[in-house]
Design a protein around this ligand. Structure first.
Ligand code: ATP
Ligand code: MG
Length: 428
């Protein structure tokens, strides 16, 4: 529209483009995660990016930060309330029930990857559109699968070269334990109400466990000596936590029980866990991945009573933490084809195709620029070799193959193009 002429067009605040070479790093992270997921028998689920709003309100919980103030909700043209998904679990449970998957198999293991949306205060490691990869396992209540999932998360980060990991586990108890603990926590916090941040003063009435998780320093001080949930766990929850720890020990996963570890969404029951990175510059955004059990959610959304557990990790935080530079994940240019003249450029088309068919990464110059400029560009791109074709070469049925590392070149029969270039690539 005319009033917008001259207005600079920018991405939406808190939502980022991912350009090369960073996009190559993202792809590498995703490849690594998928390999670990597949090795554990998880299969991919793809769901729409929007859902009808009540799905999230009912699953995540009305009195959570996400539902209270972070969801992107709008009415569509049919006047239905639609929300951009803030997380992946609710959609997975919806899909599980909608397609009757549990009738086919009592154990379902899924993974997903894709963008999530939360209207948060954007900062390093915290965005309004962020990319999550996660898993969900339905139908298994035994604690060994909890340990296995925690180990998967650690395995992904470790194989990406991330050091200084800290694995925290806890139990938020079952439905029968939570009210007792909630009462004890409120009794501890109520006299300190004035020292809590405004959000937590409100949470005291709606969702007091969330105060444990608040990032404000004053709230952290107030919960430092709060009663521990571990003292309020019933026998079943305690035995389950012991089972998770035994599993982690069997797998050699170093971990620590953190009684203040709760998750921000209401559907969690029993086991909760987080993998954090110590050191680094992510500040309060140092949790790379997190998850837990949600044994009541499937039934709450209308399905049969089904134990479930899952986790998700954030791509952006992992990419920021991974030590390797992004350029390392980009394909190396094996050969650059430089043409001298229009006829040679046509010949380069076919030559480049032959090289690619043999598995080489080949880029040709399409612009009519000087050979000098073409060599400069090949150098800047880090090409291992340059193939030069001009009128003389065309007439003689040869090509010029330049070794960019050694700075030498030779004339090679056109028929030996692929073999000679391959040989040069193998040479160190
Ligand atoms: P936090 O306590 O850091 O807000 P959370 O408890 O809200 O995290 P989950 O909903 O459990 O996080 O999501 C799991 C992972 O997804 C986080 O550990 C993080 O890596 C990533 N994540 C969550 N929210 C964001 C965000 N706004 N921006 C970037 N990554 C995010
Ligand atoms: Mg959050």
């Amino acid at each position: 529209m005319s009033e917008n002429v001259g207005v600079k067009l920018l991405a939406v605040k808190g939502m980022n483009d991912v350009l090369p070479p960073d996009s190559a790093k993202w792809a590498a992270i995703e490849r690594c995660a998928r390999a670990v997921f597949h090795a554990h028998g998880y299969r991919e689920l793809r769901t729409p990016i929007v859902e009808y709003t009540p799905l999230f309100v009912r699953s995540i919980g009305e009195a959570t930060d996400v539902v209270e103030k972070e969801m992107y909700t709008f009415t569509d043209r049919g006047d239905r309330m639609i929300t951009l998904r803030p997380e992946g679990t609710a959609s997975a449970v919806r899909a599980l029930l909608e397609h009757g998957e549990l009738a086919r198999d009592p154990v379902v293991r899924w993974y997903y990857a894709g963008p999530m949306f939360r209207h948060e205060r954007a900062q390093r490691g915290r965005y309004r559109q962020f990319y999550q990869l996660g898993v969900e396992a339905f139908g298994v209540g035994e604690p060994t699968i909890d340990a296995e999932q925690i180990a998967m998360l650690v395995e992904i980060f470790t194989s990406l070269g991330i050091g200084g990991l800290e694995t925290l586990v806890n139990s938020v108890g079952g439905a029968e334990d939570r009210p007792r603990y909630r009462a004890a926590l409120v009794a501890h916090l109520e006299p300190r109400r004035d020292a809590l941040c405004p959000d937590c003063q409100r949470r005291l009435g709606t969702n007091p466990l969330r105060v444990l998780d608040c990032k404000s320093p004053s709230c952290q001080t107030q919960v430092a000596d709060a009663p521990s949930i571990l003292d309020h766990l019933g026998d079943a929850a305690r035995a389950h936590l012991d089972g998770v720890r035994a599993g982690l020990n069997a797998l050699g996963v170093a971990h620590r029980v953190e009684p203040r570890l709760v998750r921000g969404l209401d559907y969690y029951t029993g086991t909760t866990f987080e993998v954090r990175v110590t050191g680094g510059d992510l500040g309060a955004q140092n949790t790379l991945g997190a998850g837990g059990r949600y044994d009541a959610l499937v039934a709450e959304l209308g399905g049969p009573a089904t134990p479930a557990i899952g986790f998700a990790f954030g791509m952006e935080r992992v990419a920021l933490t991974m030590p390797a530079p992004a350029t390392e994940f980009e394909p190396k240019l094996d050969v650059y084809l430089a043409a001298h003249g229009a006829a040679a450029r046509l010949a380069c088309l076919g030559a480049a195709r032959e090289l690619r068919a043999a598995g080489l990464v080949a880029e040709m110059e399409h612009r009519a620029v000087s050979l000098k400029a073409q060599f400069k560009r090949a150098d800047r791109l880090g090409a291992r070799a340059v193939v030069v074709i001009g009128d003389t070469e065309l007439a003689e049925g040869v090509i010029v193959l330049r070794d960019m590392q050694a700075g030498t070149q030779e004339r090679v029969p056109r028929a030996e193009l692929v073999a000679a270039t391959q040989q040069l690539r193998e040479r160190v």
